[in-house]
Design a protein around this ligand. Structure first.
Ligand code: ADP
Ligand code: GLC
Length: 492
């Protein structure tokens, strides 16, 4: 039951598990509303109705229903209809903005070689439909929780309305940065699609950035509060090195940006009950983790060798994730007595690299290009060490999953990785992983070597694994912090 003392929230995102996912934003969009609702906070969610949302219904156990809302959305000279569907899944009501022209496509944002050319129009349409639905539902929300650039225009739309003629904004807006590297930057010529009066970009300083439309900036400037997904990243984004050009905008915000570390869906990620694994295990039954290791090594077509530590990597193969540093270290790394499994997809140059590594080291390395959620669980369970040498990492979820699965994370010292992993070499009793002291192949190799020595000290290794498995990574703590932010905005 929802409690009327709490604010009523609409969570707006461009992706959410189990409906459609490309990365960590989808995990957060699923878990945060699903955690808040049982706490009595009424949170509803809204997403675009991508093709894969339709296709996933029976596989993921939800069914979409058409609502009576068909909204007419002006986009420049055109008027395009949005059909609103909904479903209730895991206790959360989710609305979906349907429009075949924009969302009935194979991917969410981009084909492997290029972004969809009409992304500004697609996500402007989504954002306008969000505002139109809020007004159409007739039951106001106290807080809109917006996430990343795909929702950044909403504050302006809440003020100006769909036709640019004005609207009274009643809602408080929280804007969460999940990744500042993707800002939604588009040519000023797209401005006419917004129907904002004037059609001159410099009339709208909140969305203008060096003569272009910048949707991330629009979200930052238009929101009542801004947060990001870890305290360290919250500090980093105020610096030139990590601010991706927007550090000045962030430093100038009236309220400082706060960092709230993401949680883990501990039902989906639980080695004791995970149905995708060949064997379940726990802190007190760690030996069975070895069954998972043998199975996943063989699933990738390598020969299982108990004495070789197994490094795994799952993630988007993009510059952020440090694949270039791995590339520079790979020869030396694979000369060591270890095995390495990789799963990911992203930039084509990295796909090529992975296929070359498959050819060059057929006994020690096996990489797969693709997105496979079940396989990612088996890798988390089977690995001894999880590699995450990211150049920057707003929060990172895979290192948290690794901690839950007793798979020791080897990570770069940046962003949320710093806030969630403690270096064994600094804290031998309480350590949970290894942190690189620089974004270089040498620093990565130093960590890999340290990890290998740990592997051959079974008692120490066990302690490090157990330390990680004991760490509190539940969503409850995170959800409470978000609730405090919502409440602060409504009362403050
Ligand atoms: P990011 O959001 O930057 O991609 P996170 O670590 O926050 O990084 O979240 C990544 C999420 O996406 C995790 O749930 C991870 O398991 C999942 N993921 C990424 N790539 C793949 C893949 N190729 N196959 C399966 N899951 C993947
Ligand atoms: C982004 C970040 C990642 C974070 C995720 C969820 O994709 O790259 O670090 O965990 O969002 O907040």
């Amino acid at each position: 039951m929802s409690d009327p003392q709490f604010p009523r929230v609409l969570f707006v995102s461009s992706e959410s598990r189990p409906f459609a996912s490309t990365g960590g934003l989808a995990d957060v969009s699923e878990a945060l509303p699903n955690t808040l609702n049982p706490m009595g906070v009424q949170v509803e969610r809204i997403l675009p109705l991508y093709r894969r949302v339709w296709e996933g219904q029976s596989r993921h156990g939800y069914s979409l229903e058409r609502t009576p809302h068909t909204l007419k959305i002006p986009l420049g000279g055109e008027v395009i209809e949005a059909e609103i569907f909904s479903c209730r899944h895991m206790g959360t009501l989710t609305y979906f903005v349907g429009c075949e022209e924009f969302f009935d496509r194979t991917e969410l944002y981009a084909l492997p070689h290029r972004e969809y050319r009409d992304n500004f129009k697609r996500f402007l349409f989504f954002q306008k439909a969000v505002v139109a639905l809020i007004d159409g539902l007739g039951q106001p929300y106290d807080v809109l929780h917006l996430n990343d650039w795909q929702t950044g225009m909403i504050p302006l739309l809440l003020d100006k309305g769909l036709n640019g003629t004005g609207r009274k904004r009643r809602e408080k807006v929280l804007f969460t940065i999940h990744n500042l590297a993707y800002q939604g930057v588009y040519a000023a010529t797209h401005l006419y699609e917004t129907n904002l009066p004037g059609n001159v970009l410099n009339r709208y300083p909140e969305i203008e950035f060096y003569g272009q439309i910048n949707l991330m900036k629009a979200g930052l400037v238009g929101a009542d509060r801004v947060n990001t997904v870890s305290p360290t990243y919250a500090k980093e984004v105020t610096t030139e090195a990590f601010g991706c050009g927007l550090d000045g905008v962030i430093r100038a915000l009236p309220e400082p940006i706060v960092g709230i570390v993401n949680g883990v869906d501990v039902d989906a990620w639980n080695p004791e009950t995970d149905k995708t694994l060949p064997a379940n295990y726990s802190r007190s039954k760690l030996a069975d983790k070895e069954i998972c290791k043998k199975a996943v090594v063989e699933e990738f077509g390598l020969k299982y060798q108990k004495d070789l530590p197994l490094f795994v990597l799952v993630g988007r193969l993009v510059d952020q994730k440090g694949v270039d540093v791995i590339a520079k270290a790979i020869e030396e790394m694979l000369a060591l007595p270890l095995q390495f499994l990789l799963l990911g997809s992203g930039q084509e140059k990295y796909h090529k690299m992975v296929l070359e590594w498959n050819q060059a080291w057929p006994e020690k390395f096996a990489g797969r290009i693709g997105y496979d959620s079940d396989l990612s669980h088996r890798m988390e369970a089977g690995g001894d060490f999880f590699l995450m040498p990211s150049a920057f990492e707003p929060c990172g979820l895979n290192q948290l999953y690794s901690l839950r699965y007793g798979t020791v994370p080897v990570v770069n010292k940046t962003g949320g990785l710093v806030d969630t992993v403690t270096d064994v070499r600094k804290d031998p009793k309480g350590g949970t992983g290894f942190l690189m002291n620089a974004y270089t192949p040498e620093a990565l190799l130093a960590c890999v070597r340290a990890a290998m020595s740990l592997y051959h000290e079974p008692k120490e290794l066990r302690r490090v694994r157990v330390n990680g498995m004991k760490q509190d990574v539940t969503w409850t703590r995170t959800a409470e912090e978000y609730l405090r932010l919502y409440e602060g905005m409504v009362t403050g």
